[in-house]
Every structure is written in structure tokens, then in C-alpha cells.
Design a protein. Structure first.
Length: 311
């Protein structure tokens, strides 16, 4: 198993990055909006995927990369949450696929459908479709890839209300989905700011050596710390702005990004402040916030330019 995980996966093209025997991350470059990673666990008879990318073409590239490693078919797919950039490509993996997710992920997928093309109509999505989970759980579930134990854990609303991590205790590898972002801005609009901080603290207790985020290069436990540091800063901004009666967009525009200035997608700050404000108002974690006006604020923070998506 490799112990030099920091920065692994900084490549110009999407590629499988081997993390341990039979365990790889499929890392797409830059990791911006809708450019997501996946996990590939190779067994003797079948492959288990953790997410599967956003578009038909990217999923086909993932399928080809797996085929170069093993003739075994993909039999199981774990979804880390409901956002389509992590599962729209599922249709390329065949009708025999068993999809596993948190129960709220299934509910939200069925309610929202294929909605990302309405936000990014110019992306070449291809023939994407929903493949709803056939197997759901609430808190924890264990699956095995041959003898390899994979613990699926839900720790409460964070990035979304149905986030799942895949923890491989024997390999010390943690697939976080979008509970963490590597070298790009964290995002908790559809979950909880306070909840994400609590979940990150709980994940730190696992003592992972390798952390595979939903977007960006593979890293180590410092990825958990970096996300927590950013979100604590957002929480402070939200508290100050809320107390002063300022709107989230105004607060974001006046903020000094400082150490976070190099993160991709800085406009997510506005969305995170909206979530922070909701919690300061006493609204429940994960309560649905109106998306169109928040997207409008994101575009405004971005200088009036549409959000850039390279899926």
C-alpha cells in the first residue's frame, strides 16, 4: 500500500490510480463542477464501483480503464450521494448492475430526475439516465469484495442528506464522495454546514492514510483538515454577516479569501453562506433551500459569467 498519497492523481488525463492491492481511484483532472472521481475495487469475479462519473463518454472511458485491468464485469455500484455528476454514467455498465445507496439518495434521485442538463445545457451529457438504487440502508452497511471489507457509513446531513463514505479499514483507504473536495471549494448547500464539520471530525477518527475525495487529487488525512478549516471560516463569516443583516452575496463579495484563494470554484462560498444563514435562522439541517435564486447569486459572484462545467 502506498503511503505517499498527498497529491496523487494530479494528471492531465483521467486515469486509474492504484492505492492498494485491488483498490484504485479513477481520478479526473482538475475536479471542477461535475468532474468527479470514482473508486474501483477489483474482485476475482466482479468489480465494485464507488460512483461512476457524470456523462456517457466519461463513464465509457472509466469502463475501458477497468477493462484494461480485469475482464471481470462491474457487478455492484455504491453511490456516495444523489448528485448526478457521480452516477449519470451508470447506464453504460449493463442491466445486471446492483446499485447501493442511502435511502435518502434513492428518494432524492427519483424526485429530481436528470436535472443537471438544465443547469449546464451545453455539456455533452450523452445518453445519461437514472439507475435508481435497488438496495438502500440508513446508517451502516458492510459489503465484501472477496475478502476485502468495505464499510458504508452515513453520519448525517453534510454535503447532502444522504451522504455515504466507503471505508476500507484493512487498507486505511477512505472514499468520501463530496464530503471532501481536494484543491477545490467545499460545498454544503444541500446538506449542513455544522453537520459537515461534525462528520469531518468523525471521519478523522478513522485514521485513514489515503483519502479519495469526490473531486480533485487523492490525498491523505490533511484533506479532511483542509475542508474543516475552510468550513469553520465560512461559519464565522456567516455568523458575522447574519448578525449585521447583510445578504450572503454581499458577505461573499467582501470576504478576503486569504489561504483559500487558490481553491477552484470560489463562487461556492455564496451557497455555503446561504446554508449557514439557514442554520442560524434555526432551520433544520438539510432543509431544502430555493435553488434558482442561489444559483443566480453564484453567477453574480462569478462576475455574471455562467458557472464553468468541463464534464
Amino acid at each position: 500500500m502506498r503511503h505517499d498519497a498527498k497529491g496523487v492523481g494530479q494528471r492531465d488525463e483521467a486515469a486509474l490510480v492504484e492505492l492498494a492491492d485491488g483498490v484504485s481511484a479513477y481520478v479526473q483532472p482538475r475536479g471542477g463542477w461535475c468532474v468527479s472521481n470514482a473508486g474501483v475495487l477489483v474482485g476475482r469475479e466482479a468489480v465494485t464501483l464507488i460512483d461512476c462519473t457524470a456523462t456517457e463518454s466519461s463513464a465509457l472511458r472509466l469502463r475501458s480503464a477497468i477493462a484494461e485491468r480485469t475482464p471481470a464485469p462491474v457487478g455492484t455500484m455504491v453511490l456516495t450521494h444523489h448528485h448526478g455528476d457521480h452516477h449519470y454514467g451508470a447506464g453504460v455498465f449493463g442491466p445486471g448492475l446492483t446499485v447501493v445507496a442511502h435511502e435518502r439518495t434513492r428518494e432524492t434521485m427519483l424526485r429530481e430526475g436528470v436535472n443537471l442538463p438544465s443547469i449546464w445545457p451545453d455539456v455533452q451529457w450523452g445518453d445519461v439516465r437514472l439507475v435508481p438504487p435497488q438496495l438502500t440502508f440508513t446508517d451502516r452497511m458492510t459489503l465484501y469484495v472477496d475478502e476485502l471489507r468495505v464499510e458504508l457509513i452515513h453520519l448525517g446531513p453534510a454535503h447532502t442528506t444522504g451522504d455515504v463514505v466507503a471505508w476500507l479499514p484493512e487498507r486505511r483507504v477512505l472514499f468520501t464522495g463530496d464530503l471532501t473536495f481536494s484543491q477545490s471549494t467545499p460545498f454544503c448547500l444541500q446538506g449542513s454546514l455544522d453537520g459537515t464539520l461534525e462528520v469531518l471530525a468523525a471521519l478523522r477518527e478513522l485514521d485513514a492514510q489515503v483519502v479519495v475525495s469526490g473531486h480533485g487529487p487523492v490525498g491523505g488525512p490533511e484533506v479532511l483538515d483542509a475542508n474543516a478549516e475552510y468550513l469553520r471560516w465560512v461559519r464565522e463569516l456567516a455568523a458575522e454577516g447574519f448578525a449585521a443583516g447583510r445578504e450572503p452575496l454581499e458577505v461573499a463579495r467582501g470576504a478576503d479569501l486569504g489561504a483559500f484563494a487558490g481553491l477552484l470554484e470560489p463562487e461556492r462560498l455564496v451557497a455555503n453562506l446561504h446554508r449557514g444563514y439557514a442554520e442560524l435562522r434555526g432551520e433544520p439541517r438539510g432543509v431544502e433551500l430555493p435553488l434558482p435564486p442561489i444559483l443566480k447569486d453564484l453567477v453574480a459572484f462569478n462576475g455574471g459569467r455562467p458557472l464553468s462545467c468541463s464534464a
